[in-house]
Design a protein around this ligand. Structure first.
Ligand code: AR6
Length: 179
């Protein structure tokens, strides 16, 4: 989708990159890179379940899971963030099995759900780029380009990178898409 000049600039200004633990962010919503069971796991999912507390698992047990590319919302419980948006990115299987479309849908559905809930500041981890093995540059291009399409609904879309190396990659892609 092409975005007109001044809207594009505004969209670009709402993108932020930070380094650190997403569970510490006092934003309206953080996004969880979950699995289809929604019952927790390793990586950012494990960190979010630990920080939110056992109430989160008690709730997600009742939710019936979440297909790849879709998103579900829960309260943040003990997190500083008010909401958690749980989405499931694709496992990387070489790129010919619909992975790019599924990763884009995970970002889109998370952003749509957040906007419906009145979320203005949202933080994303680098979905699918850990255990699920999605190549970082390709995943980052999808994350940033999708965020730009939905940025008009938000004050801030924050890419919370666990390492500085990932943050460097995000800044480079943002510089490419927001010259
Ligand atoms: N804050 C921000 N980013 C983090 C944090 C954190 N606390 N911890 C890890 N990351 P991954 P995936 C980064 O593996 O690839 C789980 O077991 C991490 O460095 O968490 O989508 C789920 O239950 C990487 O850059 O998610 C699923 O089974 C990024 O978050 C599976 O892993 C994503 O890595 C999902 O795999």
């Amino acid at each position: 989708m092409s975005i007109p000049g001044s809207d594009r600039r505004k969209a670009c200004e709402s993108l932020q990159v930070c380094t650190g633990d997403i569970t510490r962010l006092a934003v309206d919503a953080i996004v969880n890179a979950a699995n289809t069971s929604l019952l927790g796991g390793g990586g950012v999912d494990g960190a979010i379940h630990r920080a939110a507390g056992p109430e989160l698992l008690a709730l997600t047990r009742t939710m019936g899971g979440c297909p790849t590319g879709e998103a579900r919302i829960t309260p943040g419980f003990h997190l500083p963030a008010k909401w958690i948006i749980h989405t499931v990115g694709p496992v990387w299987r070489g790129g010919e099995e619909g992975e790019p479309a599924l990763l884009r849908r995970a970002y889109e559905n998370s952003l749509k759900l957040a906007a419906e809930q009145g979320v203005k500041r949202i933080a994303f981890p680098a979905i699918s780029t850990g255990v699920y093995g999605y190549p970082l540059r390709q995943a980052t291009l999808i994350a940033v380009s999708t965020a730009l399409e939905y940025a008009h609904d938000f004050d801030a879309i924050i890419f919370c990178c666990f390492t500085e190396a990932v943050a460097v990659r995000y800044r480079a892609i943002i510089a490419e898409l927001c010259p």
